[in-house]
Structure formats: structure tokens, C-alpha cells
Design a protein around this ligand. Structure first.
Ligand code: ZN
Length: 203
């Protein structure tokens, strides 16, 4: 399986990082080694001093799709959850300044903790799916899918023009405002419609 991620999908997050609003979805990939095994802690990597949390809605693909049409996109989604797109912000800034790829900042081991996946059916037609992240019990990020610049169907249509989506693939759909650094000793917990689906410690 593979992990595809959308960048700059919330206007207020693009603004907080001083990025322009994109004309079409920005995407990048993480390898399956980016998953954090359930129950394990996230260890801060030694190549960064500024690891940021980005809480995101995550979609799971239920069947293979290429050139997916927007109106049929929901048929390709079988699960939804929340995840954290960990980002080495200092490394990303250096890469951006040099016009280099983001992988060192985005695709490293355990950079994609993903919560327990719930069926997508119950969210069909809900265009304001709420999610949030707490750090040590304090809410640090909150968003909902109505704030996305590119909704799920547009994301699937765009990605599948370039890359065949397969059963089991995960799509991170972008982060709302409020990204920030994590520190050793933190506990992060992510919620979908108020339900805790992901919790882990940072070491
Ligand atoms: Zn992200």
C-alpha cells in the first residue's frame, strides 16, 4: 500500500505558512514505513529540531481506481479516520528554499500515525466532518471538511489521473490551521466527530 498526502488544502493553514492558495491539489507520497505501529510511541528523529503535528482526515481506498470521475469518487472510499502528518518543518523549509523535494521532511519512518479506521458509509453526504487534535489534553488543532479547498471527490479525481489508487491505500487530505512543534513527553490524541481514534506518546 501507499500513502498519498494533500498539501495546502485549508486556506488558513496555507496562510500561516505563508504559502499561496494552490490552483489544483498539491500532493506528495509517504512510503508504508511511515506508518506508526499501533501502541508504539513516536520517537523524535535526530535530523530535525522542529517536528510539527498536522492532524488530518485520512481516507482509505476500497477498490482499484484510475481516472476516477468526481461524481463516482465516494464509491472508491471505504473507510475514514484521523492521522498525523508529521513534518520536519526546519528540513522542509531548507528543501523549499532550494526547490528540492519534500521527502526528507515528510516521508521519514513513523511520520504517518493513522487512527482506527471507521466505515465511510456513515459519513456519506456529510460535508462538514469534524476532527481535532489535543496535545497533553489541550486542543491545538480543530477543523472540518467543509473548510477544504479541494473536497474528497476532487482529490480522488486529481490523484488518480497520475497514480492508480489501490485497495488499502491511504489519503491524508490536508491540515487545518494550528500546526506546531511537539516535544518529548507529549501525548497526542486525535478525534473524529468527538471520538478518540488515535493516541500515542512522543519520546
Ligand atoms: Zn499535511
Amino acid at each position: 500500500m501507499k500513502i498519498l498526502c494533500i498539501g495546502r488544502n485549508y486556506a488558513e493553514h496555507a496562510a500561516e505558512l505563508k504559502n499561496d492558495i494552490p490552483a489544483e491539489p498539491v500532493f506528495f507520497l509517504k512510503p508504508d514505513t511511515a506508518l506508526l505501529p499501533p501502541g508504539q510511541a513516536f520517537y523524535l528523529p535526530d535530523f530535525s529540531n522542529d517536528i510539527h503535528h498536522e492532524v488530518e482526515l485520512v481516507l482509505r481506498i476500497g477498490k482499484e481506481g484510475k481516472h476516477i470521475q468526481e461524481e463516482f469518487a465516494s464509491r472508491y472510499i471505504d473507510g475514514i479516520t484521523v492521522g498525523v502528518d508529521f513534518t520536519a518543518r526546519d528540513v522542509q523549509q531548507r528543501q523549499k528554499e532550494k526547490g528540492l523535494p519534500w521527502e526528507p521532511a515528510k516521508a521519514f519512518d513513523h511520520s504517518a500515525p493513522v487512527g482506527r479506521i471507521v466505515p465511510f458509509e456513515s459519513f456519506l453526504g456529510n460535508d462538514a466532518i469534524h476532527f481535532s487534535l489535543t496535545r497533553n489534553g489541550q486542543e491545538v488543532q480543530r477543523g472540518d471538511s467543509s473548510l477544504m479547498l479541494f473536497p474528497f471527490n476532487r482529490i480522488l479525481a486529481h490523484l488518480s489521473r497520475y497514480i492508480t489508487l489501490r485497495k488499502g491505500d491511504l489519503i491524508f487530505t490536508g491540515t487545518p490551521k494550528g500546526v506546531g512543534a511537539v516535544a518529548a513527553g507529549d501525548t497526542l490524541e486525535a478525534f473524529l466527530e468527538g471520538e478518540s481514534l488515535l493516541r500515542f506518546d512522543v519520546k
